[in-house]
Design a protein around this ligand. Structure first.
Ligand code: G6P
Length: 502
């Protein structure tokens, strides 16, 4: 197949573009749509590499309809791919978010298996793979992201055996007994095995994947390596943990701004002299344990164990609003918030401040600063960056964190109060403990967590992954020999290194 190749040594392939269309300003001065870089962690991490290498990012804009195609925003090279209205329903809302999302999050909601949705997943993955094959320079490094694009590594390898392919899974990879439910489990594992390096959030996720290689495809694994037979030899693929992080320094800089500190003070004032401020910040998603948190909080109000005038500020940002499970969850959360406020509120006082909105980073930093206790209680979460953002914002080293054991962050944030969110009594006791420990212990815990997040930031995550990818054994080698790279990171091409920790 002849493909017109571009000159990009570094290609990022993710379901979302790292930019948003500027709302209310659809057309810029040249008649083109206007875009603004979205403040997500991934773009913060990869922007320096993209600029250094003249890299390109392939993704979807989030709207159905015609593709924006190749364009530039803030000096970044981007390619926006199209999804039709049907593909938004079958690929995005269907297979990604009503099949894979619940399946990979330990079937908290029942996954739905529809053959049409799978066909759409294959077709959209092929579109991304073709676009990557078109944009990658000879020997380029291509980094594919997340569960929406698990077939891309293999599809891309079939088109371009000269490129080096990394894949990072941002969400959990489930235990085999759960993964085995997927009618297309073999295709998914084989799709992923097109990569040279597979990154997961936790070691347990990598282990689950290696088991799926053995059970679903019958491959041999040794340590963190899978051996994939190929004509005339084999390829060795590493599956390992690379826990993602945040731009800790950047967020702390925002939190230290006078305007943000003033805003944090205003938020507390607006809460009418609260005795205690608890904070929850989540996408409105059933994996986040919002209902369990509300149940525990409501009971604590009934017991009076948190004292008077306690407030839970719950930010629940809108997400996947056309997917049925998300609509049901929203209803349940809003009924429960109404019940708690109706039962325990007074004129001028609501114990839950519920905000179904998204906020800019400055407002988030002010919210983090205004809280006494942050509640992060997912039933399952690949990492949970909110926990890390809270820690990074607390430059004054005060505040405590209640954190679910079932998050990737729990492996790293040793200073948190760990909880099993299914255990409502345990959750209640832990919230009370986190709200009542002395300032010295709170500071000791926060300091330890801050050190971890500062030293393991998102730049280090990207550098670790790309360095390991650069050293991956790569392509076909004769059976029994070490394997020889079929694609190389261009000498000095991806020379990205994390800054030494401050
Ligand atoms: C999670 C996933 C991302 C996804 C994000 C928002 O963090 O790991 O891949 O982009 O949720 O979800 P959305 O469906 O809006 O892309």
């Amino acid at each position: 197949m002849s493909l017109q190749q571009s000159e990009h040594n570094f290609v990022v392939v993710a379901s979302r573009l790292p930019v948003d269309r500027v709302a209310g300003n659809e057309q810029g001065p040249g008649g083109e749509p206007e875009w603004r870089t979205s403040p997500g962690g991934l773009v913060t991490a990869l922007e320096p590499v993209m600029r250094e290498t003249g890299g390109i990012w392939i993704g979807w804009s989030g709207d159905a309809g015609p593709a924006p195609g190749a364009f530039e925003a803030d000096g970044l090279h981007l390619v926006g791919l199209a999804l039709s209205e049907t593909e938004v329903r079958q690929f995005y809302e269907g297979f990604c978010n009503a099949t894979l999302w619940p399946l990979y999050h330990d079937v908290i909601a029942p996954p739905q298996f529809h053959r049409r949705w799978w066909e759409s997943y294959v077709a959209v993955n092929r579109r991304f793979a073709l676009a990557a094959a078109e944009q990658a320079a000879s020997g380029a490094t291509v980094w594919v992201h997340d569960y929406q694009l698990q077939l891309v590594p293999r599809m891309l390898r079939e088109l371009r055996n000269d490129v080096r392919i990394g894949f990072f899974n941002h969400i959990p990879f489930p235990g085999y007994e759960i993964f085995a439910q997927l009618p297309w489990r073999r295709q998914v594992v084989e799709g992923l095995l097109g990569a040279d390096l597979l990154g997961f959030q936790r070691r347990a996720d990598a282990t689950n994947f290696l088991r799926a290689c053995r059970r679903a495809v019958g491959l041999t694994t040794r340590g963190s390596t899978v051996r994939v037979p190929e004509p005339g030899g084999y390829r060795e693929i590493q599956a390992a943990a690379f826990p993602i992080s945040i731009d800790a320094k950047g967020l702390e800089e925002i939190a230290r701004r006078d305007s943000v500190r003033k805003r944090a003070w205003q938020i507390r004032e607006a809460l009418e002299e609260p005795g205690l401020v608890l904070l929850g910040v989540d996408r409105l998603d059933y994996t986040k344990g919002i209902l369990h948190r509300l149940r525990a909080y409501g009971e604590l109000l009934g017991d009076g164990r948190l004292g008077p005038r306690v407030v839970l500020v719950q930010v629940a940002s809108p997400s996947r609003e056309r997917v049925e499970a998300y609509q049901l969850l929203r209803d349940e959360v809003e009924v429960m918030v109404g019940r708690i406020n109706g039962q325990y509120g007074e004129v001028g006082y609501s114990p839950v401040d519920y905000l179904h909105q998204s906020y800019p980073r400055e407002e988030m930093a002010a919210l983090y600063l205004s809280a006494d206790v942050m509640l992060v209680t997912p039933l399952r979460d690949g990492m949970n960056l909110v926990a890390k953002e809270y820690v990074a914002s607390r430059f004054d080293e005060s505040g405590t964190l209640v954190l679910s054991e079932f998050t990737g962050a729990a492996d790293e944030l040793a200073g948190a109060f760990l909880v099993n969110p299914h255990d409502i009594d345990g959750l209640k006791d832990t919230i009370v403990r986190a709200a009542t420990i002395g300032p010295a212990e709170a500071r000791r815990r926060m300091r330890a967590m801050r050190r971890r997040v500062r030293e393991h930031d998102v730049a280090r995550w990207a550098a670790d992954f790309l360095t390991t990818l650069g050293q991956a054994p790569g392509g076909s080698g004769p059976a029994g020999a070490g394997g020889q790279a079929s694609s190389v990171v261009p000498p000095g091409g991806i020379s990205y290194r994390a800054a030494p920790p401050a």
